[in-house]
Every structure is written in C-alpha cells, then in structure tokens.
Design a protein around this ligand. Sequence first.
Ligand SMILES: [Zn+2]
Ligand SMILES: [Zn+2]
Length: 376
Amino acid sequence: MSQDPYSVLGVPRDASADQIKSAYRKLARQYHPDVNPNSPEAEEKFKEVSVAYSVLSDPDKRARFDQFGVTDDAGGGVNPGDFFGGAGGFSDIFGMMEEMFTGRSRGNQRAGRDGEDHRSEVRISLNEVLSGAERTVTYKRMAKCANCEGSGAAPGTSPETCRTCSGSGQVTRVQQTFIGSIRTSTQCPTCQGTGQTIPTPCSVCKGKGLEVVTEKLSITIPPGVEEGTAMRVTGKGSDGTGLGRPGDLYVVIDVQEDSRFERHGRELATSYNITFSQAAIGDTVEVEGLTGSLTVVVEPGTQPGALTRIRGEGLPNVRGSNRGDLIVQFNVVVPRKISERDAELLREFAEGRGEPVPKGVESSGFLGGLFGKKKK
Ligand SMILES: [Zn+2]
Ligand SMILES: [Zn+2]
C-alpha cells in the first residue's frame, strides 16, 4: 500500500483509537459498495479505507508504520486467510501481467463486467478473540444463472459474437481533426461491452446470465482479531458477466464490548476494588480473568491506582503470538460510613503513627462544607 493511512482516514498522527474507529466507520458507510453500486471509484476508496483502518487499528502495524513509513507485511509472518494487510498484492500483479501479455487491462475494457464486492458483519465476544470462532454468514449475491450456466442464452442455444464490435466489447472511432486523427474507444452500444449478443435469451435470467442467490458461507475467524478487521474472502462477492471477475466478500469483525475489560491490542485491563486494610497489610485476592478467576497478590503498601501485570492472561494477535498480559488496577475504597468504634480505632492508629488525629466533621455535603451555609 502506498497511501498514508492517516491521510486516507483523515485523522491526525496522534489520533486516539476511538477517533480512528469513528473516522473509519463514517468513511466505510460513505463508500460502501452496497451504497454505491457500479462505482469503481467508491469501491477503490472503500478498499483503501479498510486497508488504512486495518493498519491503524492494530497497535503493532501502526507502530511499524509510524517508525518505518511502510505497512506492507505481505512478505512475512502468518497470513490467516486473505487478510486485508496483504491486499493489493497478488491480484494486482496478475492484473499487470495480464495487461502486459494481452494488451488488455482488467478494468472496464474487458468484455464483460466484474462482479460487485459484498460486505457482511459478524459479531464475536472477547472470549472468541482468544479462542477464534466459526461463523456462518448468510448474504445475497448475484451468481451465474444455473439455467443457462451464466451465458444468458436459453439452453440449447448459444450467444453469438457481437457483429458491431467483433467481440471486443469496444468500438473505436477515428476522427479526423486539424492535429491529425484521434482514436477514441467506447463501450459497444450493441452488446453493452459483453462482446456477445444473445438471439434467444434464457427465460430465468432474461439474458443477464446472473441471478440472485442466498449464499451461506462458513468463516473461520482466527484468534486475536481486532475490532473492525475486514477479512477478504476472494471471489465470494457477486459473479461477473462474460469475462468479468467475481467480486470479493469482506467480512468485518465486530468485537462485542465486555464491561469487565478494556482491550489494547494484546493487553487487557481490568480494575479491582480493595479495602484500605488490604492495601496496607497485603492480601491475595481472586480477580476475574477472561477464562476464570486468577489469584493475584496485593502487595503490602499498595497505593490507590497501583497496577499489577499478570503475564499471559491477555490476548494473542492474528500472527499467532503468545497471549499478552492482563493488567489489574487496584482501587482502594474508603468506607463511606464507619461506626464510632471504628473511628476510635482509626484515631488510635493515627496517634500511634504520629499522624494528625482527625477530629471529624458534621457530615454536611460538599456545598454545605464549602460555603458554610445550608446546614441541615
Ligand atoms: Zn440464465
Ligand atoms: Zn458489441
């Protein structure tokens, strides 16, 4: 990929994960192929936006881009299925080769039309990010008509080579002008660029060669996927007509929020409430991890907000790494109400340590205490 993913998404270099996500969602909606049928520009833009997001939503890839200015990781590492990270690789090279050998590009100059891309969203839980998941996606696509096998011609008959364009799908006009002759190529008006005419159209697809089918596809989602990752399933979009290529299916992963954890790439973070006495004396506590409870040590003298790292209780990434860490933040909770006896013990405690001995105040609420009015 040559484009700067930040400028593709229109976000600053220091954009937060949330900013990046919302910029991506907005652009993906705007350029989505379903919203822009038959617009190769929008399709191209949609792919660019998805590629940019796949880079910036992955802390490792983003860091690599920030450091080296490149995003191409197609050359190494695990490539689970057809991830976006490798997009722009093989198909482009084949496209170029075809152009070199045939003098014809894969664009709109081919006889026939390429099939459209489709998009499907699947939702997975945070636990499934750990384990990987299987899903069946159901979607509608245009497929080659079964009755005529995509030819558009009624069974027993066959399409004929278009006489207007001799099968090229293009007509070339030569205009004589004062600077010489100018050749312009346009789509053949007789066959609409397919290169063929159909004397007896198929009754099922009315000669289009395509029909709407409901496709069911099982998808294997590898462990470690990030929110918004787009998996490309090559050739599972709509079929093309004539020599057109089939489009692709993009399966976009939506990772369900888990109120227990915050995720940062391979790391998970959670918070755990402890009492003042636990913080001061130290204790062992059971903290909820992704797959069950974990015994965690509260060191004596733990301060409010202190962090402890539990190795290997986070998530893997899609390259099949070991699990990252779980970070536990300790909240020291101060009791809201205590008895007279507890207060006595705490005064004794303060006195013993040579600390100021609290006199206590009449509970008056924040404003009352601040302005000295509003006594209840
Ligand atoms: Zn048909
Ligand atoms: Zn023609």
